[in-house]
Design a binder for this molecule. Sequence first.
Ligand code: SF4
Length: 75
Amino acid sequence: AQARVPESDPTATALGYKEDASKVDAAKYKTYVKGNTCANCNFYKSSNANEGTCMALGNRLVAAKGWCSAWVKKA
Ligand code: SF4
C-alpha cells in the first residue's frame, strides 16, 4: 500500500501539516479552526475512513484527521 506523507516531508512541513489536526501550532497557523481536517478539505479524496489522497501534496496519502495551512472547505 502507498505510504502516507510524513510530517517531515519538505512540502508537508512548509504547509504545517500534522497527521493529527489537534497538534497544529495554532499560534503560528492562525487560519486553523478546530474541526477543519483533511476529511473536510477540498483537496482531499477519501480512500477509506482513515486516509485519503491530497491534491496539494501530489495526490499522496494523508490522514483523515490531519490538517495543513492549504486547507480549503470542501465544495
Ligand atoms: Fe489535508 Fe487539505 Fe492540507 Fe491536503 S491540503 S494536507 S487534504 S488540509
